[in-house]
Design a protein around this ligand. Structure first.
Ligand SMILES: [Zn+2]
Length: 216
């Protein structure tokens, strides 16, 4: 078991603009829709204030790099802190909510999703592994399908594989302990977290079961 902190916040309030890096300010300008621009700024500010506090740095000066586990590129992939390689973090946002997980010594991932009103008829087929499809008598209800999506997304964000892996190749079982896709990382644990308000949220940790302390 390993400690993992989960920070939950909202994106529709005020945020600290001075927390953003120059690069993020420039990127924010490229969003056409004002609410998307705002959510981007607000989520990055939320993340940077947390990472600044964790590393004793000014939020806008925290150095965040990316690295791809598949091809080794440093232009895309999972974000990390080059100066604090043991500190793993991950960010997710959906609608007006944001979630950040932070852990030491184990890679972590988080996904939060507002449950869409509109049912996507093909989601189950796009999502469920062979075993998951054959283990149920009928297709689970919409909320349960989204929960499965969120678990897989959190898992693939923890390993750093993200959308490079087809979610149908990831098997998750109902015990909260999930095998990873392939042997690259051993086991990945996924825990659902109740966040209310028609949102689903899951936290994943590679190599250990996370003990989640939740900070709102
Ligand atoms: Zn790559």
């Amino acid at each position: 078991m390993a400690a993992c902190e989960l920070f939950l916040g909202r994106l529709d309030g005020a945020h600290d603009e001075s927390a953003l890096s120059d690069e993020e300010r420039a990127k924010a300008e490229r969003f056409r829709r004002p609410h998307e621009k705002n959510r981007y700024r607000s989520s990055r500010s939320f993340l940077r204030c947390l990472l600044g506090a964790k590393t004793n740095a000014a939020p806008h000066e925290v150095e965040i790099a990316v690295k791809c586990v598949s091809c080794g590129s440093d232009e895309h992939g999972k974000p990390y802190l080059p100066s604090f390689p043991d500190l793993s973090f991950n960010l997710s946002h959906s609608e007006n909510r944001v979630a950040v997980v932070v852990a030491e010594g184990h890679q972590v991932g988080v996904d939060i999703e507002a449950v869409p009103d509109q049912v996507m008829p093909a989601l189950w087929q796009m999502l469920a592994s062979q075993r998951e499809r054959t283990s149920v008598r009928e297709i689970p209800d919409w909320d349960e399908q989204i929960a499965l999506w969120v678990r897989k997304e959190a898992l693939l964000k923890a390993t750093g594989q993200g959308l490079a892996v087809d979610p149908r190749n990831v098997d998750v079982d109902a015990q909260g302990c999930y095998p990873s896709s392939g042997d690259l990382y051993g086991h990945v644990w996924v825990e659902d977290v109740q966040v209310g308000g028609d949102y689903r949220c899951s936290v994943a940790m590679v190599g250990s079961r996370p003990v989640i302390s939740r900070l709102t």
